[in-house]
Ligand binder design. Structure first.
Ligand code: GAP
Length: 480
């Protein structure tokens, strides 16, 4: 195992041990590619959602939010192209019966080449794969696998079936079995809930182009290759925004959202060199330009967010299938048109994994006497941390818990606090480091004399005395 793989395994273990992420239905041995968020995980996830929601709907006067249902009329997915096009090229190994996504197999091999110092060969392979995927030339794609002797990780053989397309949507039935029933789908993206509500929102919120509609919600995909923890799930959450614009202005708005979204990531204090853009060679059926914002996860640079120029494909297609006009009257130019759309689409669970990967550290601490110690710490940006302040009376007696409780009661209406009396103070600090609490405050005997407390900063582990009545303001400023 490489250091990075060890690091990734350590993050997964830490996420479970400290109540961030659990395998779904674990007592029944789990359900592949489905996860539950625990007490601290659900707080972190909510904080990421809030930060995104605020940056979209509060900081942009021309973006409003909606919360559409997961179930939609089945024709939605005919119109969107998902029934016909939402598939991945898959291949089975005849000896192990294991199924793979072809692009994942080739990318995995390319990564091995890079690790062996054969960067040029690796790049050429990916370029050729992209070209063949774009041309949907599956015969040549299979030849590429054979030519490079890319084998199955389980059987070790190259005994492959032909490549086939596999639709990723989950379907179910509505209505009772005896009455008329119909196949409906669990939405594979939240975007369509926005498109079908375009006119409802535009009219009721009196929006003028350019304007956006934002939404956070669950999406479902029958991913065949379930890998890398919460990176690729079958049930996940998306934070999507569709920005409706005048036809012909898409190139300029694509550039705007490309930069604005990367700036949002950087605003969390994550270094710019951990990110890169990746332009799509094979465009989705609805796009005239697309790119991914990639982050360097412990397993390499991977997509965390997509920016897509979706043209007027979706609204035009819904107009055709529903027979309802999807046009907007632009009174500035006195014209009716179907708007074009720029989409920003980020996976909430991937953003969660990004934040965990960035924050996690196994730190070695050198003490004053030269001896060393270690701690597991999550360096979350303060505004995303599940708990902002831990209130810790030094002892359980002498009136210290009463002072601590008063502070706790004053602060807990403003931000999430944690109260604890048990164990030595050092142990309590370590537990807070492990869940990423940026501030700990200790109430001791001196507090009774001069109304000051010790505040301890998670990242530097520095401690200083501050007035008791300044604690709330200090934390509030840091988490705003
Ligand atoms: N509406 C456009 C759309 O859905 P996408 O690139 O397929 O585009 C957008 O998905 C984002 O959703 C991705 O960048 C990723 O962060 C997240 N995502 C997609 N599939 C996922 C999965 N199986 N598990 C977790 N996140 C996923």
């Amino acid at each position: 195992m490489t250091t990075n793989e060890n690091n990734f395994q350590a993050i997964i273990s830490h996420a479970k041990e400290y109540g961030f992420v659990f395998q779904s239905s674990e007592i029944y041995d789990g359900l592949s590619a489905v996860y539950d968020y625990g007490p601290y995980g659900s707080e972190l996830k909510k904080n990421i959602k809030d930060y995104w929601w605020r940056s979209m709907t509060q900081f942009h006067e021309n973006i409003v939010g909606i919360d559409a249902a997961i179930f939609m009329h089945p024709t939605t997915w005919k119109a969107s192209g998902h029934v016909d096009n939402f598939s991945d090229p898959m291949i089975d190994n005849k000896d192990s019966n294991k199924r793979y996504r072809v692009d994942h197999l080739i990318e995995g091999y390319a990564e091995e080449l890079t690790a062996q110092g054969k960067e040029k060969e690796s790049e050429e392979l990916i370029t050729e794969m992209d070209r063949l995927l774009a041309a949907e030339d599956f015969t040549a794609l299979k030849k590429l696998l054979e030519q490079h002797k890319i084998s199955c990780a389980v059987s070790g053989t190259c005994n492959w079936t032909d490549i086939r397309q596999f639709n990723l949507m989950f379907s179910t039935q509505v209505g009772s079995v005896t009455e008329e029933s119909d196949t409906i789908y669990l939405r594979p993206e939240t975007a369509q809930g926005i498109f079908v509500n375009f006119l409802n929102v535009q009219k009721t919120a009196r929006m003028k182009i350019p304007f956006g509609i934002a939404q956070i919600g669950k999406a479902f995909r029958n991913e065949i290759v379930a890998r890398q923890f919460i990176f690729r799930m079958r049930e996940f959450e998306q934070m999507e925004m569709q920005f409706f614009i005048r036809p012909g202005t898409q190139a300029q708005w694509f550039e705007y959202w490309k930069k604005t979204r990367l700036d949002w990531h950087l605003s969390l204090g994550i270094p710019a060199d951990k990110y890169r853009y990746h332009n799509h060679v094979k465009l989705a059926h609805y796009a005239d330009a697309a790119l991914d914002i990639e982050y360097e996860f412990p397993f390499g640079f991977k997509e965390v967010e997509g920016i897509h120029s979706r043209t007027d494909f979706d609204l035009k297609s819904h107009q055709a299938y529903s027979g309802k006009k999807m046009q907007y009257f632009d009174n500035e130019i006195n014209q009716n048109y179907i708007p074009y759309v720029i989409e920003t689409s980020i996976g909430l669970d991937r953003m969660f994994l990004l934040i965990m990967s960035h924050a996690y550290e196994e730190e070695t601490i050198t003490k004053e006497d030269g001896s060393t110690d270690s701690r597991s710490v999550l360096h979350f940006p303060a505004l995303l941390a599940p708990v902002k302040l831990a209130v810790l009376p030094l002892t359980k007696k002498d009136g210290l818990p009463e002072i601590a409780r008063d502070l706790m009661n004053d602060c807990k209406t403003a931000f999430r606090c944690f109260y604890e009396e048990k164990d030595a103070i050092g142990k309590r600090y370590r537990r807070q480091d492990a869940i990423g609490t940026p501030f700990c405050v200790t109430i001791d005997h001196q507090t009774k004399e001069d109304q000051t407390v010790t505040i301890r900063y998670r990242d530097s582990m520095k401690q200083e005395r501050v007035p008791l009545d300044k604690v709330k303001q200090l934390v509030q400023q840091a988490v705003a």
